[in-house]
Design a protein around this ligand. Structure first.
Ligand code: DAK
Length: 258
């Protein structure tokens, strides 16, 4: 299917997905969210890592589309928020690693979509913020949940209550991003990280992601038992047999993902 607001390109198992609504600095409108949901439901099984970025060199995503939201009533507001949270949850639960390459403004829904990715890296001109309370709304694409989870309650409350964006160096300091690069290097660095991930066993990556996500909300004993089960399941895969055989025989391994 061809998309109006998405561009995607895949090579060597790495898919780069560019969110593109240049007239509104890549703001998330309903159509874009619908396309994103469709894309995630139909992602090629050969893709091992997904990179998400924004079109242009100024903005990753400048939030949910304010023009579209401005006339909503309570029921429509609920539905718009639900559409966004459902798509972001789909993204978070994708069985492959997802890197957000944040190339500029990541405000409101932009910060929230980045937080639904596994790993965030950004350009030095990036700005992260949850300015919603200045518009009379709250972060509505799971920002109140994921920001506190990532940076702790104190900093999440500061960002959400003041609505003030933070710069890339501050985002790095508080752990919202893993690394900051000059704009011109960002995509090459994202590709480099994706290529390093691609060398590893796909099923093990999927299980590791599932464990990290599921165990976060469990008590210690339950979390450890969960990991025990998933660790056991690794031994039912060809990837485990091939990976260990290759190591013991000092060979390179080409994982099949099964
Ligand atoms: N929506 C729509 N259009 C936007 C936009 C946005 N979020 N951000 C920018 N634009 C448009 C501008 O209106 C402008 O359009 P024209 O005037 O050229 O037609 C164009 O993009 C260029 O923007 P600027 O002229 O403003 O560019 P500047 O460089 O001066 O400023 C900026 C860049 C990113 C600082 C500024 O555009 C800005 O502050 N944008 C708004 C950022 C923001 O407040 N984002 C948060 C949006 S609220 C919920 C569901 C979801 C949400 C909440 C609740 N439920 C229903 C439960 C999520 C909400 C949000 O994300």
């Amino acid at each position: 299917m061809s998309y109006t607001y998405l561009k995607n390109e895949t090579s060597n198992g790495i898919c780069t997905l560019t969110l593109s609504a240049p007239k509104s600095l890549n703001a998330l409108n309903s159509e874009l969210l619908g396309e994103l949901g469709h894309f995630l439901d139909n992602i090629d099984s050969a893709v091992r890592v997904l990179i998400i970025t924004g079109d242009g060199d100024k903005s990753f995503v400048a939030g949910a589309d304010i023009a579209e939201m401005s006339t909503l009533d309570e029921r429509e507001g609920f539905e718009f928020g639900k559409r966004g949270t459902d798509v972001f949850r789909k993204l978070e639960r994708l069985p492959i690693p997802v890197i957000a390459a944040v190339n500029g403004y990541a405000l409101g829904g932009g910060c929230e979509i980045a937080m639904a990715c596994d790993i965030r890296i950004c350009s030095d001109n990036a700005r992260f913020g949850q300015p919603e309370v200045g518009l009379g709304i709250i972060p509505g694409f799971s920002g109140t949940y994921r920001l506190a989870k990532l940076v702790g309650m104190g900093m999440a409350k500061q960002m959400i209550y003041t609505g003030k964006p933070i710069k890339s160096d501050e985002a790095l300091r508080i752990g919202l991003v893993n690394a900051v690069y000059p704009q011109a290097e960002l995509m090459a660095q994202a590709m480099k990280m994706a290529a390093a991930i691609c060398k590893n066993a796909p099923v093990a990556l999927k299980y590791a992601k599932e464990c990290i996500e599921a165990e976060y909300d469990l008590q210690a004993d339950e979390a450890i038992a969960y990991e025990n089960r998933m660790f056991g399941k690794c031994f039912a895969t060809a990837d485990q047999k091939n990976g260990m055989h290759a190591f013991l025989n000092k060979q390179e391994v080409e994982f099949e993902g099964r």
